[in-house]
Design a protein around this ligand. Structure first.
Ligand SMILES: *Cc1c(COP(=O)(O)O)cnc(C)c1O
Length: 390
């Protein structure tokens, strides 16, 4: 009747599923120091190279001088400060939505939005490959919870037939472990036809997709009518930290009243909002970063095809290399690391059983020569990777 944690840990190790945290000893970026070793990294989500941008760092420092370092209270008490408010207004304008609400991180934004909108007697329908925070939010909401086939609007339509109460359809914009994008026009059509609301978490689309970095909503030209609940996170292409929900006046007021992960937590440091205001300005105006990123994506895909690597159907910075077996994915990752490249193996339960992969991510901080190096090392290691000794 006691916790046998060592047995649990041993089982995880035996399944090649044990997790270890690489120790980052440099700022985030394309060239990092990890566990004492200089490495070229292809696995962070800093898609535009803003996490250590001098102007963003400077905005944070100036913000700390002006506003101090702590939020000091929740937003509803006395923690909602000038920079938070200015950032919300800038994010509303950026997304073309009437309003936006700032959360401490994406996990909390998703928990907050879903649990504020649906509960017992309602229905939440989710793509089966949605991010863990969206799935957890759906389960926690108490609404009837159902998953539809990946990016399949016909499968969604069938489930919508049986939905009861207020119905929320929830999807990643860019799928975080596969890199493909949701078929939002079709999902929005099905949802609207049944009076359901579509919620899109575009953590990986903002900054990378859309002519002005407006993500999948801009890519498809979808308004607040099509996507009433639009979530973005600030720890990826924005390079800082936090998240937001954008939508109608009534949506945002409802979240302020009912979203517990918004209400019962300290506001993020105001200086962080100052940094994000600067990164938003760079993300919107410096189109060259997006163009460079897109040319690296094309380069990588063409090169990978030439050497016969199996990529997934993605034109985003997320370019996973499907391996299947977790042990094999770990071995390939270790071989790359010996050659100075860091690409983490992503294994179950983060991805479905039998679909371990190397999640390669590209960033505007990379050079063409670095992507070329990645391709030639992959070519070499892929050939040497022995098949499963199962
Ligand atoms: C990273 C991520 C989140 C969580 O955002 P954080 O701000 O890191 O908590 C939510 N949704 C998706 C799709 C993500 O990839």
């Amino acid at each position: 009747m006691s916790f046998d944690l060592s047995a649990r840990l041993a089982a995880r190790r035996a399944d090649s599923l044990y997790r270890q945290r690489p120790l980052l000893e440099s700022p985030q970026g394309s060239q990092v120091v990890v566990d004492g070793q200089p490495l070229l990294a292809f696995c962070n989500n800093d898609y535009l190279g803003l996490a250590n941008h001098p102007q963003v760092v400077e905005a944070w420092q100036a913000g700390a001088s002006r506003w101090g370092v702590g939020g000091g209270a929740s937003h509803l008490v006395i923690g909602h400060s000038g920079p938070h408010h200015a950032l919300e207004e800038a994010l509303a304008e950026f997304t073309g939505r009437p309003r936006a609400l700032l959360f401490s991180n994406g996990y909390m934004a998703n928990l907050g939005a879903v649990t504020a909108l649906v509960g017992q007697g309602d229905t939440v329908l989710e793509d089966r490959l949605n991010h863990a925070s969206l799935l957890d939010a759906g389960l926690l909401s108490g609404a009837r919870f159902n998953r539809y086939l990946h990016n399949d609007s016909a499968s969604l339509a069938k489930r919508l037939e049986k939905a009861c109460g207020d119905t929320l359809v929830v999807t990643d914009g860019v799928f975080s472990m596969d890199g493909d994008i949701a078929d939002l026009p079709a999902l929005a059509r099905e949802a609207k036809a049944k009076g359901a609301w579509l919620m899109v978490d575009d953590a990986h689309g903002f900054g990378a997709l859309g002519a002005h970095g407006g993500g999948v909503a801009e890519h498809f030209g979808l308004s607040v009518d099509d996507v009433p609940v639009l979530v973005g996170t600030l720890g990826k292409a924005f390079g800082t930290s936090g998240a937001f929900v954008a939508g109608s006046e009534a949506l945002i007021e409802s979240l302020i009243q009912f979203a517990r992960p918004y209400i019962y937590t300290t506001s993020q440091p105001p200086a962080l909002a100052c940094a994000t205001l600067k990164s938003l300005e760079l993300l919107r105006s410096e189109h060259g970063r997006r163009e460079h990123l897109n040319s690296l994506i094309r380069q990588f895909r063409q090169g990978a095809e030439q050497i016969g690597l199996q990529l997934m159907d993605s034109f985003t910075p997320i370019q996973p290399l499907m391996i299947g077996d977790s042990g094999r994915a770990l071995r390939l990752s270790a071989m790359l690391r010996e050659r100075g490249l860091l690409v983490t193996a992503i294994r179950p339960p983060t991805v479905p059983a039998g679909s371990a992969r190397l999640r390669v991510t590209l960033s505007a901080a990379h050079t063409e020569a670095q992507v070329q190096l990645l391709l030639s090392v992959l070519d070499d290691c892929w050939r040497k990777l022995e098949p499963n000794h199962a």
